[in-house]
Design a protein around this ligand. Structure first.
Ligand SMILES: O=c1[nH]cnc2c(O)c(F)c(-c3ccc(F)cc3)cc12
Ligand SMILES: [Mg+2]
Length: 214
């Protein structure tokens, strides 16, 4: 049942997770995708690295590139200090619709602004739309070919401040070699690699944490 994988994930979360309980919604997604069908959520292993970075940064403003079903959106939102905001950008209208419902079920929709559209079109609008200056944390998890152009666009739009942390998923699998080469060789970043496994599989992946230096 459920005509799409995101829809099947949503239906499982609605049936298995306690309303208003973000941790049970996160566990429900992981259990479904580990046991029933794989999906491209960051997963629990890489999710623990994401959690640790969110807790270390204690961000006031977070940007997520690539929402999908809202799994990492939930992981971030549940750890935000009061008053903090998470802006998440999703290209695919169907994914965004599912994510909105999953975030609502988890009781996390108040901390999150979900925008539908191309990141390259939305990024230049963010300062004005949210009356903010710079992001404290950016989680990059959308299309591998967009990692580098979007990082450059964020620089050009003045959305990065010295100390802003960029955390990128999938830098090994599927891989973002041009992005890695840039953040590892640019004097404007201090970069660190976290080897880990791909979500729900025994396959090598990694996350890259890069601090913008100004
Ligand atoms: O397109 C993606 N966007 C965001 N995250 C992804 C991911 O975490 C993946 F594992 C994968 C992935 C897909 C197929 C594979 F065989 C391996 C990884 C893709 C994405
Ligand atoms: Mg990913």
């Amino acid at each position: 049942s459920g005509q799409s994988r995101p829809m099947r994930i949503l239906q499982f979360v609605q049936s298995a997770a306690a309303p208003g309980d973000a941790n049970s919604a996160i566990c429900a997604v992981d259990s479904y995708c580990a046991n029933v069908e794989w999906a491209m959520n960051v997963g629990d292993k890489k999710g623990q690295i994401l959690d640790a970075v969110v807790l270390a940064v204690r961000p006031r403003w977070v940007l997520e590139l690539g929402t999908y079903c809202g799994y990492s959106t939930m992981r971030i939102a549940r750890l935000l200090p009061p008053g903090a905001r998470l802006v998440t950008l999703e290209m695919n209208q169907h994914y965004a619709q599912v994510a909105k419902q999953i975030l609502g079920h988890a009781g996390l929709d108040t901390q999150v602004d979900l925008l539908v559209g191309a990141s390259s079109a939305l990024i230049p609008q963010l300062k004005k739309k949210f009356e903010m200056e710079t992001f404290d944390l950016i989680f990059i998890d959308h299309w591998k070919a967009s990692y580098l152009p979007d990082a450059r666009l964020l620089e050009e739009c003045g959305l990065l401040a010295p100390g802003t942390v960029l955390l990128a998923d999938n830098v090994t699998c599927p891989g973002a070699p041009d992005y890695l080469q840039y953040v590892r060789n640019s004097p404007r970043y201090r970069s660190e690699y976290f080897p880990c496994q791909l979500e729900y599989l025994q396959v090598e992946d990694g996350m890259e944490k890069s601090v913008f230096l100004g």
